[in-house]
Design a protein around this ligand. Structure first.
Ligand SMILES: [Zn+2]
Ligand SMILES: [Zn+2]
Length: 375
């Protein structure tokens, strides 16, 4: 009987439950979870802010573990079969259909209406489908990825790593670009690392609080600014001073604050590019005193503004590849010191820490001794 941590309904505390062992369908598997993550999305899930979420829900969409049982065959993307005992991660998105208009014509599987996500749109009624659990049931068709890296190195990036990889791809960075990252949470930090890897000359970061800006330095930012101490005009001046008065070539918004979207546009040079990745959850409209001016903020600047929502298999696959490479994985190795681990029955604490921004990355470790239900 695997133990799971469940959000019973919106705005309720997480509780522990024992659930029956699942029956394995043909070509499915069971994963013994080593590490799963706690991210901003989980905070919003607990508050009931995401649409189409079936409660009760076991959160944890990105996880790492070892395959403990396979029924039938489970091949990787190269066609090599997985064996019991292999360490893997898997694409949290399941059941994109490869048959609808979005899958086939737009080639944007993140918009497939059949799309289901482990730990977000699969609830407890769908089986063991979240990572805050001793085991996850990997349904037939789940895209598993072999992980040669140390699990912590992959999980220090967590879901933010493929998300940021997608954002950098959307930003279409050129070698030598000056990139501005708004936000110093996990997506922002990963965006800094990946922008440099993609050839940015320098990356500026505006964020908060201080301990996250230190992570931005560690990730390779050439300059950081704490936005809490500055007005919008001061922040803009700070960017202009570092870009020969022009603004950033590419800006990636990774804040979760609607007002940052128009700031991203104002801090970018004319004919530059803006990627909006920080609005995965609906945070509502900009505040009324942020008067977006279509002529000045967008059209006359000749800006290219791109949305970036979710990630697909290619982003997970590339993420697993780079963190498994000893040369490329160094930034994440350094950031491992910033990880905070919680047992299953500390999930409420973990959510509070993430919600307050007190930790850079919180992980759930179901094998920790704190995972035993307190009698
Ligand atoms: Zn589809
Ligand atoms: Zn996440």
């Amino acid at each position: 009987m695997p133990l799971v941590a469940v959000i019973p309904e919106p705005n309720a505390l997480v509780e522990l439950r024992d659930v029956p062992n699942p029956e394995l369908e043909q070509n499915s598997a069971l994963l013994d979870v080593e590490l799963s993550e706690v991210c901003g999305t989980d905070v919003y899930l607990q508050r009931g802010l995401l649409e189409g979420v079936p409660y009760p829900l076991v959160p944890g969409h990105v996880s790492v573990g070892r395959l403990s049982k396979i029924r039938g065959t489970l091949p990787d993307v190269e066609g090599r079969p997985f064996r019991e005992g292999d360490r893997i991660t898997f694409l949290d998105v399941h059941r994109t259909c490869n048959a609808c208009w979005y899958c086939l014509v737009a080639k944007a599987t993140t918009r497939c209406p059949q799309r289901k996500v482990y730990g977000i749109t699969y609830g407890l009624d769908d089986g063991l489908c979240g990572g805050w659990a001793q085991q996850i049931y990997l349904k037939p068709g789940t895209r598993c990825i072999r992980l040669d890296a140390d699990p912590e190195t992959f999980m220090v990036g967590g879901c933010a790593l493929p998300t940021a990889l997608h954002a950098v791809e959307r930003g279409d960075l050129a070698i030598g670009d000056t990139v501005l990252v708004l936000g110093s949470g996990p997506v922002g930090i990963n965006a800094i690392i990946l922008a440099l890897m993609r050839g940015a000359l320098k990356v500026l970061c505006i964020g908060a609080p201080q301990h996250r800006l230190e992570a931005a330095w560690q990730a390779g930012a050439s300059d950081v600014l704490n936005f809490e101490e500055r007005s919008e005009a001061q922040r803009r001046d700070w960017v202009l001073e570092r870009t020969n008065g022009r603004g950033a070539d590419v800006t990636m918004e990774a804040t979760g604050a609607p007002d940052a979207v128009v700031q991203a546009m104002r801090f970018t040079r004319d004919a530059g590019r803006v990627v909006i990745v920080g609005q995965y959850t609906d945070h509502g409209p900009m505040s009324e005193d942020v008067a977006f001016n279509p002529h000045l903020d967008l059209n006359k600047k000749h800006l290219d503004v791109r949305g970036c929502w979710g990630s697909d298999f290619s982003h997970f696959y590339r993420a697993a590849q780079i963190v498994s490479d000893s040369g490329r994985s160094q930034a994440w190795e350094l950031l491992k010191r910033k990880l905070t681990r919680f047992g299953l029955n500390q999930a409420n604490e973990a959510l509070a820490e993430v919600s307050e921004g007190r930790v850079l990355k919180a992980l759930i470790e179901p094998a920790a001794k704190e995972s035993v239900p307190s009698a």
